[in-house]
Design a protein around this ligand. Structure first.
Ligand code: FAD
Length: 416
């Protein structure tokens, strides 16, 4: 299914996946047939800084992947600040919120996710926010500037990054995580435990198995959260960081197969072969684990965009990309290569320490004697090398990786 140079490709969404696909299509000479439509009124920008550097300094601006003249030179038409509201598969057209209609030969959905909300907080409340887009980050930054007491619902990556940033700014931070451990979906129990202890040692109030039962609301503001245990937590800012849901409404309305994500095959094709989907909005068969997954990461968005580009340019290659992820939480730089084994399935866990530094180590997870995942804490070199080992399918012996005097790099086969 290659796309002849005369046919148009419409990309719906302007996040990491869309930006990477634009780069690939431009390189393949298809820029001039590409239209990108994004509801945010910005060129595609880097989302990870929004919960990190962006919150720290008032002068920080969203960081675009590429400047506007790059899109002009590539011939890519960017329609920012408008959204696609309907897909007509028979007529091969999309309808925009602004009312216009555009024709496509190939359509790519890169619609990402939206922040999960709580029914009790759906009415506009001036001191409550979630964090997904640059506009949310601007709002949160302004709210934090005038706040002292910050309550964060959700102990996932984004909630904890915001918590660490606010704590470093001298705010009194409380995190309520409903599950028994932090970052439960994406980190091993051992890493969760380390992060919890580290944040608590640094003075953050982080509670697990803790839920908000009620919200006290006055004059359009939440003034306190009441926990399930009956404790009242007065607050100035409430951040809702309880995860994200895939943006599949368009795909569903168009009759594409969806199940907590747009289902795609190994070439990023949806149930309609002329409509592809990439990034956070997809669910796919992940090649390393053999599990059907939805991943929310820059790596996944970029790698799926590359696979989609190969499909669109007539050089299809089945998707296989090692999942990896990072998070920065105050003094903790977390980097994961591979996916942590499902609880109870890792038969061996090796801790590789960097000398005597307690805050710098890597967790090597083995399943049936095979290395499947490495989680590094303040050990970037371990992370980069482990990624290479996992991609190559090299599984070093546990007794080798535990020995920090053995350079991991030396375990990469010379031919690689
Ligand atoms: P997105 O980047 O979410 O982009 C989707 C875009 O599509 C949005 O702009 C949306 O407005 C637009 N859109 C949706 N529907 C329509 C429509 N109908 N019409 C037009 N446009 C539409 N990942 C990491 O790997 N490391 C990190 O440290 C990290 N930190 C993060 C911090 C924050 C605050 C957030 C929010 C995410 C973070 N992530 C991180 C996750 C990462 O940013 C996402 O995995 C990545 O952005 C996914 O890219 P995407 O293109 O699939 O979707």
């Amino acid at each position: 299914m290659s796309t002849p140079a005369t046919e148009s490709i419409i990309i719906v969404g302007g996040g990491h996946a869309a930006a990477q696909l634009c780069a690939g299509l431009s390189q393949a000479g298809l820029g001039a047939r590409t239209i990108l439509i994004c509801e945010e009124p910005l060129l595609p920008y880097h989302r990870p800084p929004l919960s990190k550097a962006f919150l720290k300094a008032a002068e920080e601006q969203p960081m675009p992947h590429r400047p506007s003249d790059w899109y002009e030179q590539a011939g890519i038409q960017v329609i920012a600040g408008d959204s696609v509201v309907a897909i007509d598969r028979n007529a091969r057209r999309v309808r925009l919120k602004s009312g216009s209609e555009l024709a496509w030969h190939r359509l790519v959905l890169a619609t990402g996710t939206r922040a999960r909300t709580l029914p009790a907080l759906e009415a506009p409340l001036s001191n409550v926010t979630s964090l997904r887009h640059a506009a949310d980050a601007e709002r949160l930054r302004a709210l934090l500037a005038g706040a002292q007491r910050v309550v964060i619902l959700g102990g996932g990556f984004i909630g904890l990054e915001i918590a660490a940033t606010a704590h470093a700014q001298g705010k009194q931070v409380t995190v309520l995580e409903a599950a028994p451990r932090l970052m439960g979906r994406a980190a091993s129990a051992e890493l969760s435990e380390h992060v919890l202890n580290s944040h608590r040692t640094n003075g953050m109030d982080i509670r697990t198995d803790a839920t908000a039962d009620a919200f006290e609301i006055q004059d359009g503001k939440v003034t306190a959260v009441v926990t399930a245990g009956g404790e009242r937590l007065p607050l100035d800012v409430l951040v809702v960081g309880i995860g994200a849901v895939p943006e599949t409404a368009l795909a569903e309305a168009a009759g594409l197969t969806c199940s907590d994500g747009i289902i795609v095959d190994a070439h990023m094709r949806s149930s309609d072969a002329d409509i592809l989907a990439i990034g956070d909005c997809t669910r796919f068969d992940e090649a390393y684990t053999g599990r059907q997954l939805r991943l929310e990461s820059v790596q996944n968005a970029n790698d799926q965009a590359k696979t989609a580009c190969a499909t669109l340019t007539g050089t299809p290659a089945a998707h296989k990309a090692l999942p990896w992820f990072w998070s920065e939480q105050g003094g903790l730089r977390l980097q994961m290569a591979g996916l942590p084994p499902a609880p109870g399935t890792d038969d061996q866990l090796i801790v590789r320490r960097q000398g005597a530094k307690p805050e710098s180590f890597s967790l090597f997870h083995y399943v049936n004697g095979v290395l499947v995942c490495v989680e590094s804490v303040n050990a970037p070199l371990d992370h980069v090398t482990s990624r290479k080992l996992l991609e190559l399918g090299v599984s070093p012996a546990p007794e080798t990786v535990v020995d920090a005097s053995v350079a991991l790099k030396s375990l990469i086969p010379v031919a690689a």
